[in-house]
Each structure stands twice: as C-alpha cells, then as structure tokens.
Design a protein around this ligand. Structure first.
Ligand code: BGC
Length: 454
C-alpha cells in the first residue's frame, strides 16, 4: 500500500515553551506552580523557552532541519483569558505570526487545540468535572477554526486525555493535583471524550481548508511480548487494552468510544454503578469519524503469559538502559503498541510524540553531543519501520520535542529537546541529534537502514 509521503516533524506544546505569561490569561498550571511542593524546585512556566520572543528563530531551526511539519498547541488562556467570552486579538496575532512563518518556510502546521493548559477561570468552574466543559471547548475550537483554517489543515483535538484526567484528577501529580472519587473521575473522562467529539463536529462544520483530524493518545501499559510465542503476544495484547482499577489511565477507555463507538464491555460491567448517565447521542458524537490515531509513545513493559494466560510483567534487568528521567529504553514498544492499536482500531497512525530526556549540556566545543538520543531515535524508528513492513499503516513521526522545555511537574529538570535551550538567556543550540534527525528526514530513513517510503 503506498500513501502520500511520510511526514517528518517535531512537536511542542504551548505552556511548555512559550513564556510570555503576562500577555495571556492565567492557566491552571500557573497556579499549580505557585503551590509549594508541586513542581520541581518551584519552577514555573512564566518564561519557559521564551518561544514567544524566538518564533522566527525556532521556525528557522525547523527549516534548517528540513522538517516539513511542526506540531504545536494553542494556549487556550492566550486566546480566551477567561476561557469564555472575550477573545484576545493579541493572542490570535501571535499564532498568526507563527503559522504564517511556518507556511512561508514550507512547513505544515499541525495544530493541537488542547495540550493541558486550561484557563484557570474554567478550573474554578469545575474544570473537566463540569459537563459544560464540552461546550466551552467547542466555543474555543470554533474561534480557532474560524480564524486559522484558511491556513491550517491538520487539527489535533486533545493531547493525552489519560494524563490531563488521570494525572490531574486522580494521581495528584498534575494541575490541579486532585484525588477525586472514581465516580467523578469517570465523569471527567466522559466529559473529555464528549469534548473531543464536539470539537470534531466544529472542525468539520467550519473548516475552510479540508481538514485532517487526529486524536492523540498516551500509551499507558504499553506491552511488549517477552518472547514471540502466541501466548506472550496474546497476554501483551490483552494487557495493552485491559481495564484496571486505574481505569482513567488506560488506552481502551479513551480510544474505544472514539474508534469503536462504545466503552469496552469490561469497563461498563465493572464500573456500572459509578458511570455517569450518558446522553442519548453521546457515542454518536464521540465517534464522529476522524482521520488518524495519534500515538504518543515513550516506553513499554515486557510481558509474558502466566499459567492461566494472564499478563505477567517481566522486571527490568539490573543495569537496564534508561533515560535521564529513569524511563526504560524499550524500542520494541514502537512495534507492538502500534501493531496492537492498528489491529484493534484499524485507523492510520501518526506518531505525535516520541523522545527521551537526556543529561545534555553545551560542550567545550560549543556543541551538544547527545549520542544517547541519536541511538534512541534510531532504535525506535527501526522498530516503527518494522511495524510498517508488517502492514501497520503509519503516516508520520513527530519527535518530542523540538526544544528543551518546561516538563510539567519536573520543571526544567528534564531536557527532551533536539535543540538545547539555555534557560538563563534563551540561547538555542542544535544538538547532534537535531542534525541526525534532519538527515533521517531527508533520506526517509535510508541513512539508518530503514525505508519510510513504503
Ligand atoms: C506529553 C508532553 C510531555 C512528554 C514527556 C507527553 O506525555 O504530551 O507534554 O512533555 O510526554 O513527558
């Protein structure tokens, strides 16, 4: 099967890079950062990578890398400081500048509508626990689509609902740092799904250029069969989509309704007593057809089949490979998570994020020699290419991230960028991995022995 050209790009998210906090409304993350003990070393996102003052330079870097696509997110509080009502012309103008600059450099914008920075005013109205959120986010979406869709074709609705619901409302790890009841959690999850569905309908109704629409998921419990036996493969597949007591951190609760039109039966049965009352048309709205399944993937667990076929996680070997964030390096996750998702949902996939944090600094020669990241990229792309050869329909790869940035509760402790950012002065230095990734994109993977033109 031959498709249009494989897309090579890099990803970022608004509050993680922009800075310019004075020129936008307050976000839930601003307040979270102010709460003692929530974010590493009391860091905040007021300046971040100061992208707002480096837009042209950052686009020039993308161009120098020869990337033809850039995924970024729009900050809701920059467009609507109160989340509702008044629209900021200054906010729209900032993204006009970015989008126009991308297009004039031959780079396609992939616009994520929501990547976690919720207007604080909406948090005060209940945030994702408030069923009206799906209407608020539809209004915000309409503003973006009306204003940008004469130039933007590629729309991503929500980034990783598992994170902004589960990490935020159950695990206390992300803003607002709550631990709500399971009943409220299920409601928040449903509100997120309904939001996605309504956003899709708004995009389709108002887009001027024919849109492509993607929904981007995290891959929690990404499972890699420990051996190639059918038993291990089946155990890994089952675990990947299983419903646990951590139901808001699963793939199937957040993907089945969108691509299959219903929650998994296991979820409905197990949580029947706490699920919200679904609206008559909810699942029709949620499953409004879209183009791509967006996969954000960083790691996976080895899984073997226990005596009854159940999944048993194989603990990491002593001294196993890990990133600076202590995340295990498991390139096979790129093969298996995509294969399992494609089998189950039968949707073309775009890798909207993949990458690693490293202990990167500018060396005496003025360069950043991040060989670990180069190896990480090579290994993950080879596995991705293997999935393609085995029939998984993958249309693009966006590296996370273009720039070192504000890594949520870790503050500036983790560096995920292809480009090093000096947070004292905003200076950018392309890391060795940026040059390497540019070569991969230019040769469609040939320089690492892969072929993404299939
Ligand atoms: C998120 C990014 C984050 C990255 C690394 C993803 O979950 O979408 O915002 O920086 O992972 O943690």
């Amino acid at each position: 099967m031959t498709h249009s050209k494989f897309v090579w790009g890099a990803s970022t998210a608004s509050i993680q890079i922009e800075g310019g906090a004075d020129s936008r409304g307050l976000s839930n993350w601003d307040v979270f950062c102010e709460t003692q003990g929530r974010v590493h070393a009391g860091h905040d996102a007021r300046i971040a990578a100061d992208h707002i003052n480096h837009v042209e330079q950052d686009v020039a870097i993308l161009r120098e890398m020869g990337l033809k696509a850039y995924r970024f997110s729009v900050s809701w509080p920059r467009i609507m400081p109160e989340g509702l009502g008044q629209v900021s012309e200054e906010g729209l103008a900032f993204y006009d500048r970015l989008i126009d600059s991308l297009l004039s450099n031959g780079i396609e914008p992939y616009l994520t509508i929501f990547h976690w920075d919720l207007p604080y005013a909406l948090h005060l109205k209940g945030g994702w626990l408030n069923p009206d959120i799906s209407n608020y986010i539809s209004d915000y979406t309409k503003i973006l689509v009306e204003h940008f869709s004469d130039r933007v074709r590629h729309w991503i609705t929500l980034n990783e609902p598992q994170c902004f619901i589960n990490l935020s409302y159950r695990m206390e790890a992300h803003a607002p740092g709550y631990r709500v009841s399971d009943r409220e959690l299920a409601l928040a999850a449903h509100n997120a799904l309904l939001s996605h569905g309504k956003m899709v309908q708004v995009i389709k109704s108002y887009a001027k250029l024919t849109p492509t629409i993607t929904y981007t998921q995290a891959m929690p419990m990404s499972s890699i069969p420990y051996t190639n036996t059918e038993n291990d493969i089946e155990a890994a597949r089952n675990r990947q989509f299983s419903i646990t007591s951590d139901f808001a951190g699963t793939v199937s609760v957040f993907a089945d309704p969108i691509y299959l039109g219903a929650y998994p039966t296991e979820y409905l049965n197990r949580y029947e007593s706490i699920l919200p009352n679904f609206g008559h048309d909810d699942f029709k709205i949620i499953s409004s057809p879209i183009d791509f399944l967006g996969v954000n993937i960083y790691m996976g667990d080895y899984v073997t089949a226990g005596p009854n076929g159940e999944a048993v996680v194989v603990p990491p070997q002593p001294g196993h490979a890990k990133t600076a964030y202590n995340w295990q390096v498991r390139p096979e996750c790129m093969y298996w998570a995509n294969r399992f998702c494609f089998e189950r949902y039968n949707k073309p996939i775009i890798i909207t994020e993949n990458g690693m944090s490293g202990n990167d600094w500018v060396h005496l020669d003025g360069k950043v020699h991040d060989y670990d990241r180069i190896d990480y990229i090579n290994r993950h792309l080879l596995e991705l290419n293997r999935a393609m050869r085995d029939g998984v329909d993958i249309r693009g790869y966006f590296h996370w991230s273009l720039l070192d940035n504000f890594e949520w509760a870790q503050g500036y402790h983790e560096r995920f960028g292809l480009v090093h950012v000096d947070f004292e002065n905003g200076n950018r230095t392309m890391k060795d991995s940026a040059y390497h990734f540019a070569e991969i994109a230019k040769t469609n993977g040939n320089c690492i022995g892969a072929d993404f033109s299939i």
